[in-house]
Design a protein around this ligand. Structure first.
Ligand SMILES: [Ca+2]
Ligand SMILES: [Ca+2]
Length: 261
């Protein structure tokens, strides 16, 4: 008991130290209440929405400055484009919490590979500044749409903000799981989890307040247009061209037969 005040004093000194080796980055943000989501008034523009049932926690999804590169992490969650349709995605709405504003954000759309994102993205948008932020929740406008045909895809997301200036950013969790459980990765291993590649965020990586039994998703929505790809209509010019071609082929076949007899 005698040593306790000294121990407390030492931990206080370590906690307030500004050297990068003493800073403790964390894998969850349980106290924070997210702002948003900032869904557009035009509901016809919303292609996909899983911004309901907040879990009350969040996982790190941040590209830190060089001193903390080992902590760079990504989140991803899945959605389904119905067969027979093409989604032209022009925006992403996210819900999160943060210590300060982001410099840029990055968005990727990956095809599915057995319940995790595939190795190669279908669309990549890095270092975007085309967004509005409300305390860690983003409305991102993609500079060019991402066109996806029917199938399962993953939206991956990362903010870029320096810990020294803006602390940590966390992507807020959703208690309900749609499709696959959301995934997370920390390639540099700074957070000390087993997830150097994509793995279920809650039940495997244990970030965002997750544990071994409770899966969760992330809160996000997609905007854009859903279209049914059309086969080009035949017009009179193409029809008459086709008829002319068939007539010439028939004539040639007839002449060939006459020569044979
Ligand atoms: Ca970094
Ligand atoms: Ca999901």
């Amino acid at each position: 008991m005698k040593n306790k005040p000294l121990y407390l004093a030492l931990t206080t000194v370590l906690a307030i130290s500004t050297s990068s080796s003493a800073v403790q980055l964390v894998t969850e943000n349980p106290q924070a209440t997210p702002s948003g989501p900032n869904l557009p008034a035009n509901t016809a523009a919303i292609l996909y929405d899983q911004t309901d049932n907040p879990f009350g926690n969040g996982a790190p999804d941040q590209d830190f400055e060089a001193a903390f590169d080992a902590y760079d992490a990504f989140i991803a969650d899945d959605f389904v484009v119905p067969n027979g349709y093409m989604w032209s995605i022009d925006g992403v709405i996210t819900v999160g919490t943060t210590g300060g504003p982001a410099n840029t954000v990055s968005v990727w759309f990956y095809p599915d590979n057995g319940g995790v994102p595939a190795a190669t993205a279908a669309c990549t948008y890095t270092g975007l500044t085309t967004f509005t932020e409300t305390n860690g929740s983003f409305t991102v406008n993609l500079p060019t749409p991402c066109d996806l045909t029917g199938g399962t895809y993953w939206m991956a997301f990362q903010t870029q903000q320096d810990f020294a200036a803006s602390g940590q950013h966390f992507f807020s969790n959703r208690a309900t799981v749609s499709g696959n459980e959301a995934v997370w990765q920390n390639p540099g291993g700074g957070f000390g989890t087993s997830c150097s590649t994509w793995a279920p965020a809650g039940t495997v990586c244990g970030v965002g307040g997750g544990n071994a039994t409770t899966p969760y998703d992330f809160l996000f929505a997609l905007t854009g247009q859903s279209v049914v790809p059309q086969i080009p209509a035949l017009n009179w010019v193409s029809l008459s061209g086709l008829a002319g071609g068939l007539a010439i082929l028939s004539l040639l076949a007839l002449r060939r037969r006459k020569k044979l007899y």
